[in-house]
Design a binder for this molecule. Sequence first.
Ligand code: GLA
Length: 378
Amino acid sequence: MKTKIKLVICKLRLVRLSVVMLSLCACVSSAQAQHANGLKDAFKDRFLIGTAVNMWQVRNGDTLFNSVLTSHFNAVVAENCMKAEVLQPIENMFYFKDADEFVSYAGKRGMVVTGHCLVWHSQAPSWFFRDDKGVRVSREVMIERMRRHIYTVVGHFKGRVKGWDVVNEAVEFDGSLRRSEFREIIGEDYIRLAFQFAHEADPDAELYYNDYGMDNAAKRGAVVNMIRDLKSHGLRIDAVGMQSHLALGSDLTEYEKSVEAFAGEGVKVMATELDVSVLPFPNGTMTAEVSTNFDYQEYLNPFKNGISKEKLDEQGRFMRRLFDLYKRHSDVFTRVTFWGVSDAFSWKNDFPVHGRTDFPLPFDRDMKAKPWVYEIMK
Ligand code: GLA
């Protein structure tokens, strides 16, 4: 009798185990089904689909993250580890450990790597522009520091990085050149010099100018002039990166005019840091200038308990218009890179107001694709 009972219990356990195993398999295969034929496949004949990745994601080895990444994206850019303050924190002491790990993580997954970024006023090391007494260095010293940084970094990644954001955010909204320390110390030709050095360091690498606010007419004009200036000096520029930190109110007509204007100058165009905020921008003047900061107020954080269906639908309509635009220009559009994968890790949760809950990316906080992802893939 006792042995019979034991046998029944054993059988019951086996059945329970098989049910658990079966539902586990179902979960895994539904996750796989969800991520098979992702964004990158839907757009494979048109442009690359990229995302920014940080070192935590590279090292953490999260299975779901890695599976979403490889199913939907075929291009990556480092969120921070290739910026000057990380790569050369002390003069002449280069730190490549993180960036090397990032590049090999991408290489193992067959993803295209963009180097971001060589010359940018922000996230540059503090020693870069000053001597040991804190006084601004001369034009000659600054050119030499910029040359060494570009030569060493571009040379180090030669053959592993497809292209470089050579200069980031050099133009103001009125079309003037930003009075960054590069511009103040070297003069306006720092842009030419940066492109020249990058090309000398790796003649095979593509070279890009990258900026936000590209739906602004004055900025568009200044970038067109920059392309002409570089070309007239015999310098290489392959593409303009439109960062595309957008919001639901962004003007896509002006944005498209910029795509056409840059393409008209004979360069390719890319969306390099796409995210679409659903939150109100304080004082209405939308910018991605990283130094912008406003105090937290409740009315600025309307979706802290979850995004409403109406807002998500509105975002869906915006994304469909945006991707229709990219498709219309897929002869010149080479890449669309999102600035992150999931809303949980977006910088927009803290910009320009700290501590909000934003929803700017294609995957939600549970790593589930938003409905519009499937719509744009159709
Ligand atoms: C700019 C830079 C990016 C990143 C974002 C903010 O757009 O180009 O590298 O720092 O700001 O996250």
